[in-house]
Design a protein around this ligand. Structure first.
Ligand code: DGJ
Length: 351
């Protein structure tokens, strides 16, 4: 049987064509308008732990599990972390005062890297470049994203990227997942604390090479089953702060002390004082930032994952106190600012 087809009326065809063209041009513009809020600097004067914290793009700072560095020559703080929204990878935000942040965008897209977590950046002043280390892992579900257990290293000539992947491997053959970074301003040496073998049954600390691009064999087993390591040094004592291992669910943290970075370490239990939920004030440590210009000013940086690593996960920033008898304490503050720290005495002027 023959099917009779009518020729398409040219007026109908023209209308269809115009409709398609307008959709083609107008739809993306409308979507972009919906997605992008106008850029506007914020005007915060304090930290409010656990509360949505917007950058200049009007969106909660999507920068998790990372660290902050201060680049003296630029008089600027840079905050790096996991960008949990799209594109996935490492986010960078910049600030002059630690309260107000400008979104500098995704400085390294994860591309075909399966799991990209906890980036930490260090500035290599000698070579004028920025080095990023991160948890580099595989693809897959059911733990498949955590079995490769390596660290990746990437480099950029600018703090705002792009960071280019240079390699990835296990430090001295050990499994590596959550990482933390410590830079010793006196020796200029850098160390990575990492949740290591037998699926994080211990944390290890490895010293990096002088150019921060590779591991040395100086690699110590802390012998502690934990994640989220952060390190500070005060009065010749090293303090290692960690969470326990419970996925995205918060748990009570622990701190350890040692008189050398390579241990041996002694466990002192949780530093979170008055922590009613016994869950590190509903957060997991990612870094300890020493604020320049103040005496013993250490900021606990934690992520409130809310059971999953979502872009809107809140940040928990709190001051860390080292008591006269050498204990680490972190107290809850609903709101606080840098004035709780003592400014460093200015050096006397030379004549
Ligand atoms: C806990 C780690 O600390 C996070 O970085 C992330 O790897 C989650 N586990 C995944 O469950």
């Amino acid at each position: 049987m023959k099917i009779k087809t009518e020729p398409l009326d040219y007026r109908v065809a023209l209308k269809l064509l115009l409709l398609n063209l307008s959709l083609f041009f107008l739809y993306p513009a409308a979507m972009a308008q919906q997605a992008a809020k106008p850029l506007q600097p914020t005007n915060f004067t304090s930290f409010k732990p656990g509360v949505e914290w917007d950058a200049n793009d009007g969106v909660n700072i999507d920068c998790h599990g990372g660290n902050i560095i201060y680049v003296d020559s630029l008089k600027t703080f840079f905050w790096y972390g996991e960008h949990r929204g799209l594109p996935r990878g490492a986010a960078c935000y910049s600030s002059k005062d630690l309260y107000n942040w400008k979104n500098e965008g995704v400085v390294m897209e994860k591309g075909d890297i399966g799991t990209f977590e906890r980036p930490k950046v260090i500035y290599d002043a000698a070579n004028k470049r920025y080095v990023m280390w991160f948890h580099y892992d595989g693809n897959g579900t059911g733990g498949g994203g955590y079995t490769l257990a390596e660290q990746g290293v990437a480099v950029s000539n600018s703090p705002t990227g792009p960071f280019i992947l240079k390699g990835h491997s296990r430090p001295n053959g050990h499994e590596s997942r959550d990482i933390g970074m410590y830079f010793d301003p006196e020796t200029k040496k850098a160390y990575i604390g990492y949740a290591a073998d037998h699926t994080n049954k211990t944390v290890r600390i490895v010293e990096l090479s002088a150019d921060y691009l590779s591991f040395t064999t100086n690699d110590f087993d802390v012998n502690a089953h934990c994640e989220g390591p952060g390190i500070l040094k005060k009065g010749g004592i090293f303090y290692l702060l960690t969470s326990q291992c419970s996925g995205w669910t918060p748990n009570p943290g622990s701190f350890y002390t040692a008189s050398a970075i390579m241990g041996p370490y002694q466990d002192h239990g949780s530093p979170f004082i008055g922590d009613a939920g016994n869950n590190s004030f509903n957060s997991q440590p990612c870094y300890i930032f020493k604020v320049p210009g103040y005496k013993d000013a250490y900021i606990y940086m934690g992520d409130r994952w809310n059971g999953g690593g979502r872009p809107e996960s809140q940040h928990v920033f709190l001051p860390i106190t080292i008591t006269a008898d050498g204990k680490m304490e972190i107290h809850w503050l609903k709101e606080w600012d840098l004035s709780i720290f003592t400014p460093e005495a200015k050096r006397p002027q030379r004549r």
